[in-house]
Design a protein around this ligand. Structure first.
Ligand code: TYM
Length: 350
């Protein structure tokens, strides 16, 4: 059996939802790790990135709009530095193995585990809150599809932000349960959560994560925001009544400043001590202005490159189609092993 342990190198896999409104949290917590994963990949490694259109159908959406937003996200990823010649970049819906594996993994996924997922609880509440809301079954099954995304490639590492920790824990459990029940077939992946920037907070409510669905417009910096807008949002960031630019630790009441320190650290590539030393004695106003400038400098090249790439959707489509061919070549044999281990479909031709 082609057990995953035979993989010669590391396999990095991550997924991202198709929305054109990718924010600084997505960029810092995830996209920049994707690029680092691709750039650090050795010859035997694979870096695989998937734009998850099937996951996007679990909430209310418009079909024509989904395609457009998928191109937006593809262009953002390419603008950030993903190179389709050096990684596998593809659209989830193009590779049917993901949906097949979702069904099969349902056999080793506990209903109770799905029911415990924080994201399920939050999104279910959101759907129920809208009058006459309908809660689709696919919202409940979302984490199985996410497990299938990763396990179909025998990925070893999953770079994600902190909010995906529970989903990665569940996919590890699903892989372990599969191997116990059907024999060593799947690889149990590790999450890769960055030390700094794993949870970028909303600028208007620094106790909640920056998010497209739950956050405030003024508290969310989008990758494609114009410079003046970015500076304005940082200038208006909620802080505290003190004056010191330093971290406060959990419950220290300095969540706003701490978040800005983290953002500045990532944008400038420095450590928090350096930031604290530089801004010792300066007021919050100067500090916020410096963070605004640094974020503008950090995101401007991405926004400019995005505009060029997004203008040519046919080229984006070509890149995605080529990525899907590479993805199928990688996950097809894993699916054949899974079918064989589970005894479904006819025996494999040798
Ligand atoms: P999505 O599209 O919501 O988010 C993409 C990535 O951005 C990270 N992220 C953040 N990081 C830091 N601070 C924040 N405020 C913040 N908000 C979001 C997320 O952790 C994520 O890494 N379910 C996934 C998509 C997915 C996936 C997968 C991920 C589908 N299949 C397989 C990994 C492996 C999601 O909705 O991400």
């Amino acid at each position: 059996m082609g057990a995953g342990a035979n993989n010669a190198g590391r396999r990095i896999f991550s997924g991202i939802q198709p929305t054109g409104r990718k924010h600084l949290g997505n960029y810092i917590g995830a996209i920049r790790q994707y690029v680092a994963g691709q750039d650090g990949a050795a010859a035997a490694d694979e870096a695989i990135f998937c734009i998850v259109d099937l996951h996007a159908t679990t909430v209310a959406y418009d079909p024509a709009d989904l395609r457009e937003r998928l191109y937006d996200t593809t262009a953002i990823l390419l603008a950030a530095g993903l190179d389709p010649d050096r990684c596998v970049l593809f659209r989830q819906g193009d590779v049917r193995e993901h949906t097949e594996l979702t069904w099969l993994l349902g056999a080793v996924t506990a209903w109770g585990d799905l029911n415990r997922m924080h994201q399920w609880k939050a999104k279910r509440e959101l759907a129920e809150g809208k009058s006459g809301a309908f809660v689709p079954a696919s919202l409940f099954n979302y984490p199985i599809l996410m497990a299938a995304d990763v396990l179909a490639y025998r990925a070893t590492e999953v770079p994600v932000g902190d909010d995906q920790r529970q989903h990665v824990e569940l996919m590890r459990e699903i892989a372990r349960r599969f191997n116990e029940r059907f024999g060593e077939t799947l690889v149990v992946p590790e999450h890769r959560i960055p030390a700094v920037g794993a949870r970028v907070m909303d600028l208007q409510d620094p106790t909640s994560k920056m998010s497209t669905t739950g956050g405030s417009e003024a508290g969310t910096v989008y990758v494609l925001d114009e410079p003046d807008r970015i500076r304005g949002k940082l200038k208006g960031a909620v802080t505290d009544s003190g004056r010191e630019v330093r971290r406060g630790g959990p419950g220290g009441g300095k969540e706003g400043i701490e978040n800005l320190i983290e953002i500045l650290c990532v944008a400038r590539g420095v450590g928090p001590e350096q930031v604290e030393a530089e801004f010792e004695g300066s007021g919050y106003g100067d500090f916020k202005a410096a963070v605004g400038d640094a974020v503008v400098e950090f995101l401007t090249p991405v926004r400019e490159r995005y505009a060029e790439l997004r203008a040519d959707p046919a080229e984006l489509e070509r890149a995605l189609a080529a990525g899907a061919v590479k993805a199928r070549a990688l996950c097809g044999p894993v699916l054949a092993d899974v079918r064989e281990a589970m005894g479904v479909a006819g025996p494999r031709e040798r």
